[in-house]
Write a protein that binds this ligand. Sequence first.
Ligand code: UDP
Ligand code: MG
Length: 315
Amino acid sequence: MVRLSVILPCHNEADNIPICYSRLTDILSSTGKTYECIFVDDGNTDHTLTVIKDLCRRDSRIRYISFSRNFGHQKALRAGLNAARGRAAVTMDADLQHPVSVIPELLARWEEGYEIVNTRRTDAARTGLFKRLTSRLFYRTLNFLTGMNLQKGAADFRLTDRKVTDVLCRCPENDLFLRGMINWCGFRQTTVAYRAENRHAGQSRYTLSRMAALALDGITSFTIRPLRLGVLLSGLFVLLGGAEIGYVCYVAFCTDRSVSGWASLAILITVLGAATLLMLGIIGEYVGRTFMQVKQRPPYIIRETNINDINPPTP
Ligand code: UDP
Ligand code: MG
């Protein structure tokens, strides 16, 4: 069994892969460990797959999985973990933002006995203001709603021991939110700080809407707290209704005025309608996800691969 598997999800990274490969082989060879690199072609529209296949011809330690279409970063990571054969697996970006020079430190921590070695980005200045703000909002919301303790700057750059990788591979969830699963599954964990590099070529695929979708996946996979919002809202409206009844009784019995005010009625109807729709939307999110899960579709489809004994995706 190889000692280390390095998993790199790729979406249109043709310009980054050659340099990423050469840095990786330099570092991994210097560690003296047996290793494999698994590139996951996540529905690329450029010549990323050709570049990866070229590497495979030159180096037998390079493996690839090519998806039938774009399934997203998390699914690509999952496919890589499913295929990994190493005693330890490192997941990292293929755009050189995660420095390969950190890998020996991850390995050193693993050899000290840690089963999960997370990483934390320290130099926020290199990251754009927008990315920093949305990332902060993302973790704040997620931690508040789920009660998890995800660190800002946490990324899917980490080492997991075979035991952990096996646990992750056995999880049948469709929307596997890896950062949350890692937090949830326990084991001995530690964190290593690193200075993120700039993206070597191309642009980030994590747009605002993708970040929002990821946050929703995270929230709905780890908590049902939003569903309880309905109970809170109903409590609020009972109080509001009570106050309204009190006011009407007071005006009717204690004054010689008659109760008027279509404006307050209109406001009440609007607010109540908005709250009802909000709750319907939240319930819909959970019902929709349950519906997708019970269909038991595989989370991704592999079009081709050079890995023979690959585990099929858990539906
Ligand atoms: N990626 C992927 N599928 C996607 C989007 C991204 O496999 O649909 C890969 C991408 O090639 C990169 C990693 O996931 O290796 C992180 O993506 P990106 O750099 O766009 O995100 P950021 O680093 O800006 O959060
Ligand atoms: Mg990146």
